[in-house]
Design a protein around this ligand. Sequence first.
Ligand code: NAD
Length: 260
Amino acid sequence: MLKGKTALVTGSTSGIGLGIAKALAAQGANIVLNGFGNIEGPKAEISALGASVAYHGADMSKPAEIEAMVGFAADTFGQVDILVNNAGIQHVARIEDFPPERWDAIIAINLSSAFHATRLVLPAMKTAQQGKGWGRIINIASVHGLVASAEKSAYVAAKHGIVGLTKVTALENATTGITCNAICPGWVLTPLVQKQVDAKAAALGLSNEEAKKVLLGEKEPSMHFTTPQELGALAVFFCSPAADNVRGVAWNMDGGWAAQ
Ligand code: NAD
């Protein structure tokens, strides 16, 4: 379905970003990976799906590096057709104890980076398909873009912000072939969440499995984690012709978390 299209997925060396990159690669899209840590493993996983893959190591807190990454994607594959704003970090502390530099980093990486990448890919998306325009911008928000939890001030502010940015991006392009939507996962067992499981296990003297159950029991009625594969399938749907008129939604996949 996505043969000939190019997807840039930020923060795609692990977790949800890698899951979405693999789902788009399986549909034939060229993939530009981004993120830190192990690069060769994720590249090999994408190549094994028969897709072309490139990597750019932009630090998403730095606008100049985001600009270089979008330029690199265009130089490598022609242009960015699908942008998945996924890179994100977390810090858990009460507001009075929240380190200001952690606040700044979370707002930069989880929110401002999506603004920068979006403003940089839109001009080429508008000229696609003989000037009619085509593009898909998918923002990985969170159930924390819809509801709050204590001790996550920067994360909740950034994720509510990205839901707002999603709606504005959708509206400004509503008469074109460019759509923008957000995905709002509940708990997904990635390195970002394993750190919170570890903290709970240490604080309550629990095993890893017991701590996972406590974490799920606090928020997620289904009592199981959403998977990167499920989120990848939703991203593929947003890229499909069936989703041409799905614009500005914040779609939660959260085991019933926000329904409570
Ligand atoms: P993860 O830690 O597995 O992956 C984060 C990715 O972002 C990695 O590739 C990492 O290298 C990259 N990254 C971090 N800082 C970066 C920076 N400055 N520049 C470039 N890349 C950077 O985390 P994840 O759980 O897969 O999270 C991905 C997204 O999903 C985040 O936006 C997160 O807020 C969101 N999310 C996660 C969950 C969950 O339960 N795991 C739930 C809802 C939303």
